[in-house]
Design a protein around this ligand. Structure first.
Ligand code: HEM
Ligand SMILES: *[C@@H]1O[C@H](CO)[C@@H](O)[C@H](O)[C@H]1NC(C)=O
Ligand SMILES: *[C@@H]1O[C@H](CO)[C@@H](O)[C@H](O)[C@H]1NC(C)=O
Ligand SMILES: *[C@@H]1O[C@H](CO)[C@@H](O)[C@H](O)[C@H]1NC(C)=O
Ligand SMILES: *[C@@H]1O[C@H](CO)[C@@H](O)[C@H](O)[C@H]1NC(C)=O
Length: 348
């Protein structure tokens, strides 16, 4: 069994193309069924033989209550999960608070509006689990499971969450600034940034579908609706009617420090995890430059059109990329730690 497992470990020889696909499927099956700790690997049943074997049920109960309390939680936690995983891997480093000697990821300028409900959902689940089975479940795993659960509540897919992540002891604001995308990036720049994390352009387009839920502050697209250029008030890739609508919500002097001035990223079905985000871009109703570009740029347009034709294609691609996102540069085995702080904000 151990040898079979090792064939998945990069340092012991990757599976190569040309090996029987049925062997790959068999091995994947074994991997998913394997309980407990596998060095360097995540597994669905990681906590099976621990006192926390029912962690998914505990987290699910907490998330149902959290959603009732704040229906914006799914978007808040999805973005939090993305920010955690993109910056040095899914290690809960985004949850660590700054200390006198260190500005943490969550306090990087790009954090703006990492909504408190994402952090709070993790805190509530961690608190519940530490009561039942202390010191076993990592903050990073809680974030991954809670994200799946909350996004499901707005129509997102069910999928098995791989577990076994451990928590980092490091969190630096500068890393967030360098490794997270910003709204003015071109497709080439998005490809380079996501490519540096192992994602293809195709996967980048799928991941961007995360903007099917949630909010954005006006300053992130203000330049698209006022004084875009010397000849055009509005970004020409944005619909004039849509721009007028956004101007009603966002005055030119709007300050980003006002947390109340936000608009939906997907104004068609803002509370539904679906392919409407892609449909909007055809109408010139992508809110961010990076959203609209997916349709404007011919390299990504055909994929957008495919997703418009088939919501289920979008959703099945999304399941693959969110699992891949959740596996980025994880700490496993004896790396890192199981953070004890009930709000996951401090290293042990
Ligand atoms: C493609 C590059 C991306 C850019 C430039 C980007 C940028 C942004 C910006 C500027 C906001 C609004 C922040 C604010 O003003 O409050 C936002 C929100 C959000 N982003 Fe992204 N993002 C990107 C990719 C992603 C990905 C891959 C995901 C997840 C799969 C994601 C999930 C979200 C969610 C759910 C929100 C709403 C958060 C809330 O309502 O609290 N984003 N993003
Ligand atoms: C975000 O970062 C700024 C500093 O850039 C900080 O003042 C603010 O408190 C941070 N917000 C959150 C929610 O952590
Ligand atoms: C995007 O670029 C424009 C033009 O350079 C700039 O005015 C705007 O502030 C940028 N937006 C953000 C959110 O950085
Ligand atoms: C647009 O440009 C004009 C002329 O440069 C300037 O007076 C005005 O304040 C600008 N408006 C905004 C919203 O930036
Ligand atoms: C923004 O401009 C509006 C008029 O366009 C004005 O009523 C409001 O007081 C201004 N707000 C700030 C914060 O300057």
């Amino acid at each position: 069994m151990k040898n079979i497992m090792l064939s998945f470990d990069g340092s012991n020889g990757n599976l190569e193309w040309g090996q029987g696909i049925e062997v790959v499927i068999l091995l994947m099956g074994l991997l998913l069924l394997l309980p407990g700790e596998v060095d360097g690997q995540l597994s669905v049943n990681f906590y099976q033989n621990t006192a926390c074997s029912n962690l998914e049920a505990v987290i699910q109960t907490v998330m149902v209550a959290k959603f009732q309390q704040a229906s914006t939680s799914p978007a808040a936690i999805l973005r939090l999960f993305f920010h955690d995983c993109m910056v040095n891997g899914c290690d809960a480093s985004v949850l660590i608070a700054s200390t006198p000697g260190n500005v943490a990821e969550r306090d990087a300028p790009i954090n703006l509006s990492l909504a408190g409900d994402g952090f709070d959902a993790v805190t509530q689940a961690k608190t519940a689990l530490e009561k039942i089975c202390p010191g076993i479940v990592s903050c990073a795993d809680i974030l991954a499971i809670a994200t799946r659960d909350l996004v499901r509540m707005v129509g997102g897919p069910a999928y098995p969450v791989l577990k076994g992540r451990r928590d980092s002891r490091i969190s630096r604001a500068i890393d967030a600034t360098e490794q997270l995308p910003t709204v003015n990036l071109t497709i080439n720049q998005l490809n380079a940034l996501f490519g540096s994390k192992g994602f293809s352009q195709h996967e980048m387009v799928t991941l961007s579908g995360g903007h099917t839920i949630g909010f954005v502050h006006c300053d992130q697209f203000l330049n698209r609706i006022y004084n875009f250029s010397s000849t055009s008030q509005t970004d020409p890739t944005m619909s004039a009617t849509f721009a007028q609508q956004l101007r009603l919500s966002c005055s030119p002097n709007v300050s980003n420090s006002d947390p109340n001035v936000v608009v939906f990223l997907d104004q068609t079905t803002s509370n539904r995890f679906d392919n409407a985000y892609y449909m909007n871009t055809v109408q010139g109703e992508g809110v961010l430059t990076t959203d609209q570009e997916l349709f404007t740029d011919l390299r990504t347009r055909s994929q957008v059109v495919e997703y418009i034709k088939s919501n289920s294609l979008f959703v099945s691609d999304y399941v693959n990329v969110i699992i891949k996102l959740g596996s980025l540069e994880v700490l496993t085995g004896t790396q890192g730690e199981i953070r004890r702080a009930l709000d996951c904000s401090a290293v042990n």
